[in-house]
Write a protein that binds this ligand. Structure first.
Ligand SMILES: [Zn+2]
Length: 279
C-alpha cells in the first residue's frame, strides 16, 4: 500500500498557466485535485456551470471530484468579457481494497438505523455547505496525524465482500488517543461525538467551501465556531463507526466535490502568487 501511495505522489504535477494578467493557477490537474488561483480583483470565475467564489483580492480555490470529467471549462468574466480556458485533467486509476472483519451491522444497517444515518448525513452536508470568505486554503497544509498511511483516496472498497462506496479519505493508523492536529487554519463547523458510520466526527472550514472532515475520533477537543490554527491539537484518534481498527480518516471537500487530501499536501505555489499582505 505504501508503494502505491508513493506512486500516487510521484504522479502529482504542479501545473501553471499564466494568461496575460488575467488568470494564474496552481494545483493538480487530475481527479481529486485542488487548484488555487488568482484573477484580477473584481473578475468572476466559473468552473463548468458552478460559480467559484473569488475574494476581493482575486483569490479562488476549486477542486475536482473522484470521477471528474477530464476536460473542465474555467471561465473568467472580466469587465463584460468572458474568456474560457479548458483544463485538461490527467486520468487516474484507483486501487481496489478488500476490508474484512467489519461489524455486520455497519455493512448492512437495520431499518431503524437508516433514519439515524440519514439525519447524520444531512448534518454533515449542511456543515460542508457552509461557505465563508476565509482564505485559510491559501496556506500550505500539513499531515494531521503521525501514523502510517493505510488507506488512500478513491479506492473501491469491499466490506466483508460487499461492494460499497469508494473510500474518499486518507487513513492514518495510530493507537486510540493519538493526537490529530489541524492540517491548516480554519473554523470548526461541526462536532459530533458518535455518528453511525464515522464515530466521533469533526469538520473544519478552510474558506470558499473547502473543508476538512476527520472521522472515527475518540475525542474532539474543539467546539463549533472555534478558530483553529495549523498544528493545533484538535482531536484524538479512535475507532468508532465503521472501522476495523483505530485510525484517523481525513477527508476534504470543495463544494459538493470530494477532493484528495494527499494532493492538497503536495500543492505548492510560488511566493509571487501571494500579495504582500497574504505572506
Ligand atoms: Zn478511512
Amino acid at each position: 500500500m505504501l508503494c502505491r501511495v508513493f506512486v500516487l505522489l510521484i504522479g502529482l504535477l504542479a501545473s501553471k498557466a499564466t494568461w496575460g494578467e488575467l488568470l494564474e493557477y496552481y494545483g493538480a490537474l487530475k481527479p481529486g485535485g485542488v487548484v488555487l488561483g488568482r484573477v484580477t480583483p473584481g473578475d468572476s470565475v466559473r468552473l463548468n456551470d458552478q460559480d467559484v467564489v473569488v475574494s476581493s483580492e482575486g483569490y479562488f480555490v476549486l477542486g475536482f471530484g473522484r470521477d471528474a470529467g477530464l476536460v473542465q471549462s474555467l471561465t473568467v468574466m472580466s469587465e463584460g468579457r468572458e474568456a474560457v480556458t479548458q483544463l485538461k485533467l490527467s486520468p487516474r486509476e484507483y486501487v481496489t481494497q478488500k476490508v474484512e472483519g467489519v461489524p455486520k451491522q455497519t455493512v448492512t444497517p437495520s431499518k431503524e438505523k437508516l433514519a439515524r444515518i440519514k439525519e447524520e448525513a444531512s448534518l454533515v452536508r449542511k456543515a460542508r455547505a457552509k461557505s465563508s470568505d476565509r482564505l485559510d486554503f491559501l496556506g500550505s497544509f500539513d499531515v494531521p496525524a503521525d501514523g502510517p498511511i493505510t488507506g488512500v483516496y478513491g479506492s473501491q472498497r469491499y466490506y466483508n465482500g460487499v461492494p460499497k462506496r469508494p473510500h474518499y479519505g486518507v487513513d492514518y493508523a495510530g493507537p486510540v488517543g493519538s493526537p490529530v492536529r489541524a492540517p491548516a487554519n480554519g473554523v470548526v463547523t461541526l462536532v459530533h461525538p458518535d455518528m453511525f458510520y464515522s464515530g466521533g466526527t469533526l469538520i473544519v472550514d478552510h474558506g470558499h467551501s473547502l473543508s476538512s472532515t476527520f472521522i472515527h475520533l475518540s475525542e474532539v477537543l474543539v467546539k463549533e465556531g472555534q478558530e483553529v490554527k495549523k498544528g493545533d491539537l484538535i482531536a484524538k484518534i479512535g475507532k468508532g463507526g465503521r472501522a476495523t481498527g483505530p485510525h484517523l480518516d481525513w477527508r476534504m471537500n470543495w463544494q459538493d466535490q470530494r477532493v484528495d487530501p494527499a494532493l492538497m499536501l503536495e500543492l505548492s505555489v510560488p511566493e509571487s502568487f501571494y500579495l504582500p499582505s497574504k505572506l
